[in-house]
Design a protein around this ligand. Structure first.
Ligand code: PHE
Ligand code: NA
Length: 511
């Protein structure tokens, strides 16, 4: 079945768009604090193991899944997984598998954006604060600046501004919108990242002779094997999923705009390499050494606050700090923006393809949907006068980490076992390089699904122990006013999964 589906304009445009999809806040905001709080160098070991055993194979699976679905006019996970699964099981069963996978992808793309777009708004707001010197006054701690910021109505302005920008980009379509923004933003992002990394390495020890930026670098590269444990391994694998944008449906969605004989193998590996360069080399070299040089080992333990609370302290102390602060937050903004476009496009494609609504109108529908699902996250700090962000955390824990693992697992089982050898044949069609049969057999049928399953089991165990399954999770036990926010988040997640399942099932024809 051929169709009038849009496609990418050029190879370089496709690669930059895919890099824009994968390179996001995960590389610069999430990776540094995950690495820092999970043992530095010790985190890097399971990280690379997970990248090879799970990350690269699932990246190949998603590209293949997308190009295959695109041939039939589909860019969303439900019908795409169905099309592959029905090569191995009867259409009714395949439709159920497709609908389950589609429900997860729907939940991820809808709910991850609910907080991801929020954080993009913060980066825009902080870019503005950097240039205007809004956090430079030492009279207020950077923690207070942050709390004031997220509790103020300014948050709305920057959030809505970011969402409008994303909507306008997606509205213009694959070539004119997504591809042209990626061609502009990604090269700039690399230049900023390299500038910050060079600055980091030339800092010396500005504050304390024991804290040099090279020591910070050493911290992330020198493995402390005593810190190697299951918890850091799970965190590392979770980071691999998040950073590569796999288990979300958005890589497959972008791949659905390939032509049937376009290369998949080399392009997928290029996407992984570009993302890892930005993550390990730029994200690792810029942020961790800078924070270490000014704040010492303690400064690295700040978790989520590393970007928005610890680094502004650094910019206060650094010569030309406003400039470097501006560069940093603009870099975060570009990274987040090009990833959010991918999430936004997924749902736009869903409305466009399954409901037959033209792209422009579909984009506005999604825009309003995002305003609705994102509202609780913007409101929580204002209404509760807290800065715990428990709604955001709850959504991130379930949707931003756990569901990705489940969807990744389903995708690789469908490719490796249900579609089987046909999947390998598909994967290699048009490829500049071919994936060897032994690799496919060992990874897609064995190592990758088993590793993903083990991870799922251990994450579940971890979640139970951390009290996530309790009606009142441990992390809000001492703050009763926040309990409704956590429970509200769960109700929303559940409802979205149900809607996603029904929608995906209905969109699967001929079952
Ligand atoms: N891969 C993107 C990143 O590293 C992640 C992402 C994309 C996350 C879209 C959520 C949504 O930030
Ligand atoms: Na990434």
């Amino acid at each position: 079945m051929e169709n009038q589906r849009e496609s990418w304009g050029s190879k370089i445009g496709l690669i930059l768009a895919m890099a824009g999809n994968a390179i996001g806040l995960g590389n610069f905001w999430r990776f540094p604090y995950q690495a820092a709080s999970n043992g530095g160098g010790a985190f890097i070991i399971p990280y690379f193991i997970a990248l090879i055993m799970i990350g690269i194979p699932i990246m190949l699976v998603e590209w293949n899944l997308g190009r295959y679905g695109g041939k039939y006019g589909h860019g969303t996970i439900g019908p795409m997984v169905y099309l592959q699964a029905r090569e191995g099981v009867n259409p009714r069963k395949a439709a159920i598998i497709g609908a389950v996978a589609g429900a997860f992808a729907f939940a991820v793309t809808l709910l991850v954006t609910s907080y991801y777009s929020q954080i993009i708004g913060w980066t825009l707001g902080y870019g503005y604060l950097s240039i205007t010197g809004g956090y430079m006054d030492a009279a207020q701690s950077t923690g207070e600046v942050f709390v004031n910021f997220i509790q103020s109505p300014k948050v709305f302005i920057f959030w809505v501004l970011a969402l409008v920008g994303i909507a306008l980009a997606v509205m213009r379509g694959i070539q004119e919108g997504i591809e042209s923004w990626a061609k502009l933003m990604m090269p700039v992002l690399y230049v900023f990242g390299i500038a910050l990394a060079i600055r980091a390495l030339t800092l010396g020890s500005p504050v304390n002779p024991d804290w040099s930026s090279f020591k910070g670098l050493n911290y992330i590269w020198n493995p402390d094997f005593s810190k190697l444990n299951w918890k850091s391994a799970i965190a590392a694998a979770g980071q691999v999923f998040f950073t590569l944008s796999i288990g979300m449906g958005i890589i497959a969605n972008y791949a659905s705009y390939l032509k049937p004989d376009d290369d998949v193998v080399v392009s997928a590996l290029t996407t992984v390499s570009l993302n890892e360069f930005a993550e390990v080399i730029l994200g690792g070299t810029a942020v961790i050494p800078i924070a270490y040089a000014f704040l010492g080992p303690e400064g690295l333990g700040q978790g989520v606050g590393l970007s928005f609370i610890a680094l502004p302290n650094v910019f206060r102390a650094m010569p030309a700090g406003q400039l470097f602060g501006g560069l940093w937050f603009l870099l975060l903004f570009f990274a987040g923006f090009t990833s959010a476009i991918a999430l936004f496009n997924y749902l736009t494609a869903l409305v466009e393809e399954d409901l037959g609504i033209p792209r422009k109108k579909a984009s506005w529908i999604i825009f309003f949907g995002y305003i609705v699902v994102g509202m609780p996250i913007a409101l929580e700090p204002m209404l509760t006068k807290t800065a715990d962000l428990v709604y955001l955390t709850e959504v991130d824990n379930w949707v931003g980490i756990y569901l990705l693992l489940v969807l990744g697992f389903v995708e690789v089982v469908v490719a490796g076992w249900l579609m089987g050898d046909r999947a390998l044949e598909e994967l290699n069609r048009g490829g500049y390089w071919k994936v060897p049969t032994w690799f496919y057999k060992i990874f897609m049928k064995g190592i990758t699904p088993i590793a993903a399953a083990i991870l799922l089991i251990f994450s579940t165990k971890d979640y139970i122990e951390a009290g996530y399954f309790k009606l009142v999770p441990s992390f809000v036990a001492d703050k009763p006013e926040l309990v409704p926010w956590v429970q509200g988040a769960r109700v929303v997640i559940f409802a979205v999964l149900i809607v996603g399942f029904i929608q995906a099932y209905k969109s699967i024809k001929d079952k």
